[in-house]
Design a protein around this ligand. Structure first.
Ligand code: SF4
Length: 326
């Protein structure tokens, strides 16, 4: 790419951003804590869904110090409904790290930021560029899609090679200043103009005269994604165990799928009624009444749980379970 073109692309995009950038709560006061919190919330979640959660979280925990001092259960409660709860547990851990290892001050470089719990290359680059003007592209799905269309890149966009090629491309056109604005302009271009689904709004794009896919008529074929592996199916039996008007719950392990969350007791496989007594006996109690529940399915990105269930009224305290009132 010629130097003139690289300058011209960044100027065109920043001009477009000045007139079309989204007004978002975390942009009006872009402190490192605000940007960090918003970026973590925005992972896997739409902007509109995040707004209320963002405000509620900050009202309760307005500073990194307040977050570090908060009980993890309060953080999880404030996150309830956003999903992917490992994000909030990592946020809490990282706040403790900042207090203990950095004197309560957010580290300023993307390299240091990546040492915080739950902060990966994208989030570190977003915080470092927006808050500290570090010249580093924050490569996410939006930036990958725009890169693929702008350059005609037709290899698997989810691969590490694609991320590396996108990073090299953006570094060629990245401005020397307003680095955070440039990343945010790219995020907005990807979210509002160079859309992931349906036809991109090329007529509104500041780069329409420099785009390979637009020239080739391949906007809707790019980016290319290699077919996903099929989801694995896991069969489970779930138990609603009632004991003196209370319902048994247990906490999942601290790592792995749905780490640390509470769940109804369950086991692998679909247990039949005749298999229940042995299973319940192993848990330390016996049932006085058993009723089957309708089958249910839960779909994760990589697996599916196909569940059958039993409602069980029991007499003896199920050791190891935490009870809640119903
Ligand atoms: S011209 Fe169209 S396809 Fe190309 S970057 Fe702009 S919106 Fe995307």
């Amino acid at each position: 790419m010629k130097p003139l073109e690289t300058n011209c692309l960044s100027t065109m995009l920043l001009d477009w951003y000045d007139n079309n950038g989204r007004v978002l709560p975390w942009r009006t006061d872009p402190s490192p804590y605000h940007v960090w919190l918003s970026e973590i919330m925005l992972q896997q979640t739409r902007v509109e869904a995040v707004r209320d959660y963002y405000k509620r979280f900050l009202d309760a925990l307005p500073t990194i110090e307040a977050l570090a001092k908060a009980d993890e259960d309060l953080c999880t409660k404030l996150w309830q409904g956003l999903g992917y709860y490992s994000r909030v547990r990592n946020l809490h851990r990282a706040a403790l790290q900042i207090m203990e290892e950095h004197g309560g001050v957010m580290p300023q470089s993307s390299r240091e930021l990546q040492n915080l719990s739950g902060v990966g290359p994208y989030t570190a680059a977003a915080i470092a560029s927006i808050c500290f003007d570090e010249r580093i592209p924050a490569i996410d799905g939006n930036l990958l899609r725009v890169f693929s269309r702008m350059t005609g890149y037709d290899q698997d966009i989810k691969s590490n090679a694609a991320k590396s090629a996108a990073r090299d491309y953006y570094l060629q056109i990245f401005p020397q200043t307003r680095c955070g604005d440039f990343n945010q302009a790219l995020m907005d271009l990807g979210a509002c103009v160079c859309l992931p689904a349906g036809a991109p709004h090329c007529a509104d794009c500041p780069w329409q005269n420099h785009c390979r896919a637009k020239a080739d008529g391949t906007c809707q074929e790019l980016p290319f994604t290699a077919p996903k592996a099929k989801r694995t199916i896991e069969h489970k039996t779930v138990f609603l165990i009632y004991y003196h008007g209370k319902l048994a719950l247990r906490r999942r392990p601290d790592s792995g799928l749905l780490a640390g969350l509470y769940e109804y007791p369950n086991t692998d496989g679909n247990l039949t009624e005749s298999e229940l007594p042995d299973y319940l006996h192993a848990l330390g109690f016996s049932a006085v009444r058993v009723r089957s529940l309708p089958a249910a399915k839960h779909i994760f990105s990589h697996k599916e749980w196909h569940m059958t269930g039993w409602e069980i009224l029991c007499l003896f305290h199920p050791v190891g379970f935490c009870k809640i009132h119903i």
